[in-house]
Design a protein around this ligand. Structure first.
Ligand SMILES: [Zn+2]
Length: 225
């Protein structure tokens, strides 16, 4: 079982790293791999992350680096087919960048590559996550910043983080109403939610939930093959 973490390079407020999404995806994969390490039917390995993704919402900010849908899809499909040619049977793609174009591209790539896809934007999944995530304020706020604090705390500007005012926004609704830019959504510092409330403890708890979601998907993939 090979796990492929995917993210994006884009600003996460003034306090969290550009690579937040691939840091989160990698952490989920690593936790699942450690948990399942002794299972001879699974034998999980974590691939190097695809750190670049489709990120146009953040285009107004320095540090947002987008690739096209076609590039991302080709990259994922070619990585998977290269590994399949070496005899690896099971692949799961794990994504933590929720821009609709990214999610749709990875869903299509997973279908092409006959890989599993951990889609954290599904309602049934979101219901298991934190109140802030469910509220739709899912960019560089309490939810994501807590996850980085739990995994790579040295990459968070903690003093700055604690001084940031909360900005409540339902990104799902904003996206559904056709807004395609952080600035149009009022995210003038490239975050929403409440980063000042982030804690490593919450990040640890969320990581446990995300890891069990991935483990369920891995077991289902192996069982259905
Ligand atoms: Zn993010």
């Amino acid at each position: 079982m090979l796990l492929l973490p995917v993210g994006a390079v884009e600003p996460h407020g003034p306090h969290a790293p550009l690579g937040t999404d691939s840091i989160i995806s990698s952490a989920i994969c690593e936790r699942a791999a450690v948990t399942l390490a002794g299972d001879p039917a699974i034998r999980p390995l974590v691939l190097p992350a695809i750190s670049f993704g489709v990120t146009r919402y953040a285009a107004a900010f320095t540090g947002a680096v987008t690739i096209s849908e076609a590039t991302l899809r080709t990259l994922v499909v070619e990585i998977c087919s290269s590994l399949r040619a070496q005899g690896f049977r099971h692949l799961v793609i794990v994504n933590s960048h929720f821009e609709p174009a990214q999610v749709a591209t990875l869903r299509a790539a997973a279908e092409d590559a006959k890989a599993g896809f951990l889609d954290l934007t599904r309602r049934v999944v979101a219901e298991q996550l934190t109140p802030e995530f469910r509220s739709g304020a899912a960019h560089a706020g309490r939810y994501e910043t807590s996850l980085v604090l739990a995994t790579r705390p040295e990459l968070v500007e903690a003093d700055l983080m604690r001084r940031l005012p909360a900005y409540q926004l339902n990104m799902r609704e904003a996206m559904a109403s056709g807004q395609t830019d952080f600035l149009a959504m009022g995210m003038d510092r490239a975050y929403c939610g409440a980063p000042a409330e982030a804690t490593a403890d919450e990040g640890e708890a969320t990581l446990t939930t995300l890891t069990s979601l991935l483990i369920d998907l891995i077991r289902a993939q192996v069982a259905s093959a």
